[in-house]
Design a protein around this ligand. Sequence first.
Ligand SMILES: Cc1cc2nc3c(=O)[nH]c(=O)nc-3n(C[C@H](O)[C@H](O)[C@H](O)COP(=O)(O)O)c2cc1C
Length: 374
Amino acid sequence: MPSRRSVLAMLAAAPFATACVPANLPDPAAAWRAPGAGEADPRRFCLAHAILAPNPHNRQPWLVELVGDDEIVFFVDLERLLPATDPFNRQITLGCGAFLEMFDLAARSLGRRAEIAIWPEGEPQPLLDARPIARIRLTGESAARDPLFEHILARRTNREAYEARTVESEAFAAMAAAAGEAVTFGSASGGEVRDALRTLAWTAFEREILTPAAYQESVDLMRIGAAEIARYRDGIPLDGAMIEAARAVGLINREIMSDVNHPMVKQGYEAYRPLALDAPAFAWINTPDNSRLTQIAAGRAYARMNLAATRAGVSIHPWSQALQEYPEMAALMADAERIMNAPGEARVQMFVRAGYAPTIAPAPRRGLEEHIRA
Ligand SMILES: Cc1cc2nc3c(=O)[nH]c(=O)nc-3n(C[C@H](O)[C@H](O)[C@H](O)COP(=O)(O)O)c2cc1C
């Protein structure tokens, strides 16, 4: 039996990696291998890339209807929202923007222009609803390939410890250029702002864990061990040999994970403290307002920034807690907007740690068929 210490070390070190898949269950990494290969319908090729987009808690809240020969109607899956940590569905909407960006890049890789009409039946407020997010048509017009497409399969959210060296300014410049004009890109590789953001990242992370509804939402989405990960292929995977061993002997389960005072849980989340407090650099994306259209644009910008970081060899890892709109976070959100310069109607939409880290395995995906509505 593993010692409690080694179990804790494992929990701390590699909570999100993927491992071997039980033979009778789908492979959670399958969607990353040659997406869309052999598809006769170019919409399916593009969708097979779109589902690789970054998205909060890996909910993959994307539903599509294929209409006629060249159209898609894109909806949010209302069963896959995050009501506690994302009460106004802002982050879910960003993940939908990221999906659209990956779709567009894939269409361009085929030389096709995707005509994307966003919120064709109006912007849902204050919450998302059953109206479509977008109507997409693959037109007969040609469009230029975008080199960011080449990095879709290598893109990751990397939660490893980062090397101590700061991020090269050329890399940040490339990320800013990729994010584009719709957003304002910011970064801090040292100095007072970086230090204030280190403290903010950790304080907000801890505040979230100590806010019962917010923390429980994460616990409900934890997938403990390879069998659960393969069954759900979403959420927050807890994986590795030690997790399997701990699960087998009852040292880790959902009930234990729900108890923030359990020593195992405490040590598990304490492992995040140095990730925040030693972060070599941070980057963020601001927008002038917070409309649904702007949130989609911010999600598209984030996807592009993540791909440009991948191309530059830079890892990124969002720390969204301080940006979340529930009452217990309000004071820290005000700090976030002050430090990252988002006054008045402006919003910080994404806030990430940035640096150089080892390569990691891809996060699970449910697979294209799960997203297609008849
Ligand atoms: C709007 C948004 C917010 C996110 N916030 C966090 C976060 O606070 N912490 C974190 O570890 N990952 C965060 N992520 C990253 C997702 O968890 C990640 O994209 C998802 O698990 C899929 O993994 P992948 O990006 O490696 O494909 C966020 C992503 C998006 C788009």
